[in-house]
Design a protein around this ligand. Structure first.
Ligand code: ADP
Ligand code: MG
Ligand code: MG
Length: 250
């Protein structure tokens, strides 16, 4: 279980998160929605341990451990996956090589035997097949020249291969078209399992037509100001974020 308590964080000395409380149980999919600038991306960076994001108060307990005390690599090895850690383009590094390195780093950290070339190939064939992906994408350099949809497919593949316990997806790209949204949704839905928790961060209500979350939260001005079930997303679609405006920000 993941427990975020009174989380405060600053970027460049500016307080962005102002007391976030959130509990996510195994198997649950939580959606975080909210207006632009609310701190949604900041929250995902803080959870992944990105440089430059300073936690000033509060705690994050991850299956009984202090998540904030772990290095980013340690968090990844413990099963935390941040989708946009990987969409960066890495010229000269083949997608297959990248995935193999990533999974073996995680296995090594867990004290498991690294996968050899044959074992890895078998795994990746299985996963690409299940996702309906072509082998062609595997041969290309990581994300180089990938379309938005291809990057999303690749992200889904990374998630499927790394089998995270806690997946965080931050849909920051305002250019996502409906096909890319569907790819994200398929990826999330395919990976739903009783042991896996997911945090889907989006300002697209539409995404939640395809991913039916267990819980929906509104993040505004650095705090969760409202929580509800999937119906909250529909309410937001009708009313927008006008109920969570500047007055609640202060
Ligand atoms: P969201 O993802 O909800 O749109 P962000 O987490 O990206 O919001 O940003 C929250 C706030 O933090 C915004 O006001 C943004 O301008 C500010 N912010 C983000 N990154 C930085 C930074 N590196 N330096 C200063 N302010 C930042
Ligand atoms: Mg934004
Ligand atoms: Mg954002």
């Amino acid at each position: 279980m993941i427990e975020i308590k009174n989380l405060h964080a600053t970027v460049d000395g500016k307080e962005i998160l102002k007391g976030v409380d959130l509990t996510i149980r195994p198997g649950e999919v939580h959606a975080i929605m909210g207006p632009n600038g609310a701190g949604k991306s900041t929250m995902s960076y803080v959870l992944a341990g990105r440089d430059g994001y300073e936690v000033t108060q509060g705690s994050v307990t991850y299956y009984g451990k202090d998540l904030l005390a772990m290095e980013p690599e340690e968090r990844a090895a413990e099963g935390v996956f941040l989708a946009f850690q990987y969409p960066v383009e890495i010229p000269g590094v083949g997608n297959t090589t990248f995935l193999k390195t990533a999974i073996n780093a995680i296995r090594k950290h867990r004290g498991e035997k690294e996968l050899d070339a044959m074992q890895f190939l078998k795994l990746i064939r299985e996963k690409t097949k299940a996702l309906g992906m072509s082998d062609e994408m595997l041969k290309r350099a990581v994300n180089v020249g990938f379309s938005g949809g291809e990057k999303k497919r690749n992200e889904t593949l990374q998630m499927a291969v790394l089998e995270p316990k806690f997946a965080i997806l931050d849909e920051t790209d305002s250019g996502l078209d409906i096909d890319a949204l569907k790819i994200v949704a398929e990826g999330v839905n395919a990976l739903r399992s009783p042991e896996r928790s997911m945090l889907v961060i989006t300002h697209y209500q539409r995404l939640l037509d395809y991913i039916v979350p267990d819980h929906v939260h509104v993040l505004a001005a650095g705090r969760i100001v409202k929580s509800g079930g999937k119906e909250l997303a529909l309410e937001l679609e009708k009313n927008g974020y006008r109920d969570f405006g500047a007055s609640e920000a202060a």
